[in-house]
Design a protein around this ligand. Structure first.
Ligand code: ZN
Ligand code: ZN
Length: 372
């Protein structure tokens, strides 16, 4: 929990805090307005780190650029605690949840990355950088809320929009090959009539299917507090071909949650899901029969791979007055797909209902007037 474990990625030019810019996919300094590529930032930081290393260690240049992360990757006991960190910029203490891996300093608003929480066994394989920037996310949010008639006013006032946050959430991305076999009984019935006689022909078949299937990019939530919320699933899919090798610079300017669900905990569920998919593919090839019964299948999972990946979401959550119910708006930070559940202002609903009633009444009066 030492100070060195908290990082703010700094501008090589002026030392100001760097933020990741989704539009250019580069790192932007708000102070001197410079932009840098990931390679430039990494090379600069490696050089800085180098200055702190005694010369006789003689680390070759090539290997330095490969070590952007903390060197001591020993698993640390801080993982399941609420963390207290010291802001490298202003020295204030930052209190975080056990799963926070990047955030802003509450006092100086500098972006900070708690790099230790994303190292060792918690080092993500990949990160999918944000592609939609805050401005566009805000606009989309306003458009979306604007279309919903019964939303309470304070849900979409400016204060609420400030709460729109870019968050990297942790996921398991699973891929596997399956080899399977499926057996079933099937019959085909044919009925025809000759004169007074009705003929029924029943042909019985034993159906056998064998095959291989490959699955990739099955995305599974890896954060306990997201389990009850459907928002994370609702904005899928993500195009994971755009994911890049993890570098914690990408987190600069966003919130990041680290995983607290291990793959072992979901393995059984995922295995059975994969088997079901594979079985369904085989089952779908059995066609043209009147009935298919006693289906038996065996699906063996091979080459299972599970990658720990961080994926981007824009998020607003909202708790309605006098109620514990949580409402949310979520947007896929890559594709812009949105989902959400909005609160409903009952007064607005009543008013509209009343208006409709009144206009119906007026219409009724007019019609009545014409008829009489
Ligand atoms: Zn700068
Ligand atoms: Zn600070």
């Amino acid at each position: 929990m030492s100070q060195s474990k908290v990082l703010t990625h700094l501008c090589p030019n002026c030392g100001g805090p760097l933020l990741f810019d989704p539009k250019s996919q580069k790192f932007h300094c708000q102070y001197c307005l410079s932009t840098f590529t990931e390679e430039e930032v990494t090379a600069f930081e490696a050089k800085q780190e180098d200055k702190g290393i005694p010369e006789d260690k003689g680390i070759p240049e090539e290997s330095v650029s490969e070590v952007p992360l903390e060197a001591d990757t020993a698993e640390s006991p801080i993982d399941d605690q609420v963390g207290l960190f010291v802001c490298p910029s202003c020295g204030a203490e930052i209190v975080t949840d056990a799963t926070t891996a990047s955030t802003f300093c509450y006092y100086c608003h500098n972006p900070v990355v708690l790099s230790e929480r994303l190292s060792g066994k918690f080092l993500p394989e990949k990160v999918l950088p944000f592609q939609i920037e805050q401005k566009d996310a805000e606009k989309a949010f306003l458009d979306w809320v604007g279309k919903k008639k019964f939303v309470p006013k304070d849900f979409f006032d400016k204060k609420q929009i400030k709460q729109l946050q870019g968050v990297y959430f942790p996921y398991w991305v699973v891929g596997a090959d399956l080899e399977g076999q499926l057996q079933a009984r099937a019959n085909r019935i044919r009925v025809w009539i000759v004169g007074d006689l009705e003929y029924t022909e029943t042909k019985q078949y034993q159906v056998i299917r064998e095959g291989k299937s490959t699955f990739q990019d099955l995305v599974k939530n890896a954060l306990k507090k997201n389990e009850p919320e459907k928002m994370v699933g609702a904005v899928q899919p993500f195009d994971l071909s755009k994911a890049v090798s993890f570098k914690n610079q990408y987190l600069s300017g966003f919130l990041t949650e680290k995983r607290d669900i291990e793959y072992a905990e979901i393995k059984e569920r995922v295995d059975s899901e994969l088997r079901q998919y594979s079985e369904a593919l085989m089952r779908d090839t059995i066609q043209g029969y009147t009935a298919v019964t006693s289906v038996q299948s065996q699906q063996n999972i091979k080459n299972l791979e599970s990658d720990y990946v961080l994926l981007p979401l824009w998020l607003v959550t909202y708790r309605q007055k006098n109620s514990d119910k949580l409402f949310y708006y979520a947007m896929n930070g890559q594709t812009g797909k949105t989902a959400g559940i909005l609160p409903v202002d009952k007064m607005k609903v009543v008013l509209v209902a009343l208006l409709i009633f009144i206009s119906v009444l007026i219409l009724g009066v007019i019609v009545g007037w014409f008829v009489s």
